[in-house]
Design a protein around this ligand. Structure first.
Ligand code: ACO
Length: 318
């Protein structure tokens, strides 16, 4: 069977690290509250002028070098982001030119925190259909630009960064095994940005009903992961690693519990990265890959939920 195999991973995090205590004199919060309610200890924020595309390019370069591929071998670039540099063109075309690629086609996917899972599923479909042999899939975000710094319920949760994977078509047992994608637009008021091109004409700020989203997340993430695992012809007993979207350690723990997975099988980066939306899964994949945690043949389950609501899961054999 022709499958999309992960050949390399890469990441980029902005230099500036902001500890929880930094928020204490800005809003009514504490390091203790943030740690105990979210598991977040610190996050990276982009420097002034540092863009989503610039971070995406750095992550892509690292993934390409770890894959041992040259840029002229890439057929397509897909960037998952909700915080693009400009309304258009896409961040993906900026990455394409930044890497010196001229042949590949490039486009963005917008499914907020589920964006990387949606992009990965689309890249897999294109590879299996024979439309591309090698695809660069990136999640990159600068959520610091859409945060309301007076809202303690949201501004402490997010961070900036980019992660990337290089997929290559290959015959065999390795590669993406299945995916499960879902959306329900009737939940739009739970998590949204209150601006945009056809409404206010400005970028807007993030608005969230955190506790409502929390309940949806715990229920829907375990469901979509179970469906993806079943589509792959596997059971949770076959799962070696859960690489979840990193929004909140309590959501991750509750999801792992519902899947009967011990926390030793869960990759956790939320303490150091915060919620980086579409970048969080490729960042976590890159951290775990670089640490040598994955072995060939390992079954890895990714899952994410975000604004829309949109949620989904992709199962990969490493
Ligand atoms: N510091 C101190 N107190 C706070 C803070 C803060 N930073 N933020 C909220 N509170 C207060 C609230 O005002 C509230 O006070 P009140 O009871 O006096 O009204 C109290 O804490 C409890 O608020 P809840 O929202 O019920 O707290 P909860 O335990 O649910 O935790 C949190 C809030 C962490 C936001 C949680 O709901 C959560 O993680 N939700 C999911 C968020 C998420 O994953 N978002 C991203 C999705 S992905 C994407 O697409 C971006």
């Amino acid at each position: 069977t022709r499958r999309a195999v992960i050949r390399g991973t890469g990441r980029y995090l902005p230099e500036r690290v902001v500890e929880n205590a930094w928020f204490e004199d800005k809003v009514d919060t504490s390091d203790e509250w943030i740690r105990s309610r979210t598991g977040i200890e610190r996050r990276h924020f982009a420097a002034e002028g540092e863009t989503t595309s610039a971070m995406a390019i750095r992550a892509a370069e690292q993934a390409m070098s770890r894959a041992g591929l040259s840029v002229d071998q890439i057929d397509a670039v897909i960037v998952a982001t909700s915080t693009p540099d400009l309304t258009f063109p896409s961040v993906a075309t900026m990455v394409q030119s930044g890497l010196g690629l001229t042949r590949a086609f490039a486009f963005d996917v917008q499914a907020v925190c589920a964006g990387f899972v949606f992009a990965l599923a689309n890249a897999d479909a294109m590879i299996r259909a024979g439309q591309a042999d090698r695809v660069l899939v990136i999640g990159a975000e600068t959520f610091s630009r859409i945060l309301d710094w007076s809202d303690r319920g949201t501004c402490v949760l997010f961070g900036d960064g980019a992660g990337a994977v290089v997929l290559e078509a290959a015959e065999g047992a390795r590669g993406i095994l299945s995916s499960d994608l879902n959306s329900d637009g009737s939940f739009r008021d739970i998590l949204y940005v209150d601006g945009g091109v056809s409404t206010t004409g400005s970028a807007g700020k993030l608005r969230m009903q955190g506790n409502v989203l929390f309940r949806h997340a715990v229920e829907k993430l375990a469901q979509t992961a179970h469906r993806a695992i079943e589509k792959a012809g596997l059971t949770t007993a076959d799962v070696d690693w859960l690489v979840p979207h990193q929004a909140n350690a309590r959501i991750i723990t509750a999801t792992a519990q519902r899947m009967s997975l011990p926390m030793e099988k869960v990759v956790l980066t939320v303490a150091d990265h915060g919620n980086t939306s579409a970048a969080s899964i490729p960042l976590a994949l890159s951290v775990a890959d670089e640490a040598g945690r994955f072995s060939e043949g390992d079954v890895i389950v990714t899952e994410a939920i975000g604004g829309g609501l949109s949620w989904g899961s992709v199962v990969v054999r490493w």
